[in-house]
Design a binder for this molecule. Structure first.
Ligand code: EPU
Length: 372
């Protein structure tokens, strides 16, 4: 469906054509099981007491509102790619966010403004934007998960995060009992954080709007490893499709592209965030440790490096949960792991890093019914 209209210039100058379009990916598959192990990419977790597939905004809001009115615990699940659910499961309603649809308004004067339903799979959104030559999401290719999850932890990779393109986030505020829309500047975005993450469970993301530029070339490439893979200098641009291909190849080499047949990818992505240290704290790390100065004076180091250098190399572990053979930051389920196996390994790694470097790693996935 396409529509067109014209915006007059402010002083009666050149009119700017606005083209509206709608894109929707295939409907969400009906869940065949209420076991969270079957609904999450780490493949651990016991049963949900009740499971609801919400395919419309109305169903999503009504299910959460009604459960809240009854005092029934609610777990919202997108693609299940960033959660660790306990082996006891979830004693409440698990709401699978199965909403779909992307509406766009595009013009030469204002770029592309798109609004995406929370349940729309993120990578399909990325693919669609690149096919339209809309710029800004290309380095975020191949990330599993639903679009509605992206603002919650300000998803990022290879030099960009969604905070640089999000225009607004529309939510159901469970505390206020009403729909509340946040402009990007009110979302409290930081490294893997936002106001939505700061108050876990308060907000149900309904849809996310992005503002993108138009053109065939990517944003300037800021991540050195990606620039090297593309054969460009840091700060240069490259064709969108080449950037996507290069990001996917890098992610694959690190085991970060989901493949149902490969246990090395049965994970929740990075299990720990990269620590932000004070300048003094960072000075105590060994010479070889990565250090990335942040605008606020803190120094980000690499959790993967700390883990590796605390004696937990790639593939560490001998049980059903092991570190990925390709990247120390992913904890993987070799097929029969329980949540307990995953958490035991995470604790071993966290304690080992604390003993060796004095840094306490913070888990990145949402832990449901369990803790480290
Ligand atoms: N490293 C090791 N051992 C390993 C892997 C990496 O020592 O097994 C070292 C590398 O040599 C490098 C450093 O760790 O010096 C950083 O590794 P990498 O470039 O792979 O990135 P990362 O910091 O581990 C972050 C994000 C990823 C994102 C990549 C690329 C976090 C927690 N992780 O990983 O995001 O894709 O950068 O931008 O911010 C995610 O958040 O789930 C995620 C996958």
């Amino acid at each position: 469906m396409n529509g067109q209209n014209l915006i007059g210039g402010p002083t009666g100058g050149e009119a700017c054509e606005v083209v509206s379009s709608v894109y929707e990916s295939a409907p969400a598959a009906e869940p065949t099981s209420a076991r969270l192990a079957d609904l999450t990419t780490l493949h651990v977790g016991g049963p949900a007491r009740r499971l609801v597939m919400a395919r419309t905004e109305e169903e999503l809001v009504a299910t959460v509102r009604d459960a809240d009115a009854r005092g029934e615990p609610v777990l919202l699940l997108g693609a299940g790619s960033n959660v660790v659910v306990s082996d006891e499961g979830f004693d409440g309603v698990v709401v699978v966010v199965g909403t779909r649809g992307l509406r766009a308004e595009v013009s030469d004067c204002a770029g592309a403004f798109l609004t995406v339903a929370a349940g729309e799979p993120w990578d399909r959104v990325v693919i669609h934007t690149l096919s339209q030559e809309w710029i800004g999401l290309e380095t975020l290719s191949g990330i599993p998960g639903a679009t509605g999850a992206t603002p919650i932890q300000n998803v990022g990779a290879y030099g960009s995060d969604v905070s640089s393109t999000i225009a607004r986030v529309r939510t159901w505020d469970r505390m206020a009992g009403k729909i509340v829309t946040y402009a990007a500047s009110d979302c409290g975005f930081g490294y893997r954080s936002s106001r939505f993450k700061e108050e876990p469970g308060r907000y149900v993301v309904i849809d996310v709007s992005f503002q993108l530029e138009l053109g065939p070339l990517s944003v300037p490439i800021r991540y050195a490893e990606l620039a090297a893979a593309l054969g460009v200098e840091v700060g240069q641009r490259a064709p969108l499709a080449r950037v996507r291909d290069a990001v996917l190849a890098l992610r694959r080499s690190k085991g970060m592209v989901l493949d149902a047949g490969d246990h090395d990818t049965w994970s929740a992505g990075s299990f720990f965030t990269n620590p932000l240290l004070s300048a003094e704290g960072a000075a105590t790390l060994p010479d070889g440790a990565p250090r990335y100065a942040q605008p606020d004076g803190t120094v980000k180091t690499s959790a993967a490096w700390l883990i590796d250098h605390a004696g937990f190399g790639k593939g560490y572990g001998s049980g059903p949960a092991r570190l990925s053979a390709k990247h120390t930051l992913a904890i993987t389920n070799r097929g029969a792991a329980t949540a307990k196996d995953v958490l035991d390994l995470a604790r071993t790694v966290r304690e080992g890093v604390r003993e060796r470097f004095g840094v306490t790693l913070v888990p990145e996935p949402v832990l449901v019914g369990c803790r480290l």
